[in-house]
Design a protein around this ligand. Sequence first.
Ligand SMILES: [Zn+2]
Ligand SMILES: [Zn+2]
Length: 154
Amino acid sequence: MPERNSSSVSELMKGFERVCRAKGLRITHQRTEIFHELAKFHGHPTAENVFKKVRKKLRTISLDTVYRTILTFENNGLIKRVQILDNVARFDINLKVHHHLICTRCKKIEDFMWPDFDNMELPADARGWPKIHSKHVEVRGLCSSCGAKLNSKK
Ligand SMILES: [Zn+2]
Ligand SMILES: [Zn+2]
């Protein structure tokens, strides 16, 4: 998995500290390490993905602790949950408005931007609710590496 470049990771870490201070969330070594792994992860990791990385630094940590820490992050708006093809929760550190391309074969999730859509008004059928928090597009198909594998089999 490619990792995020170090300048955007340090931006994310600054944001993490800012939000923790604003919400009165203690910045422990453990939380910092877990958030740091989330920040470095390119894509949408599961708690287990993060656990496997964090375990290299925090030898005694359990998957349960990682999971509960991630839930604390979620409850404080530090990350978002993406529930997609399977029942495994994946987490998204990209809090900017974006949409998802989902590969139905390898389950990879890629982010994409669609400002025209974001600015578009909802159609009449979907406008009935007094408050809309967000709208999100999921495009499903095959990613380029799965597409290439399929073509090479022909
Ligand atoms: Zn794929
Ligand atoms: Zn995303």
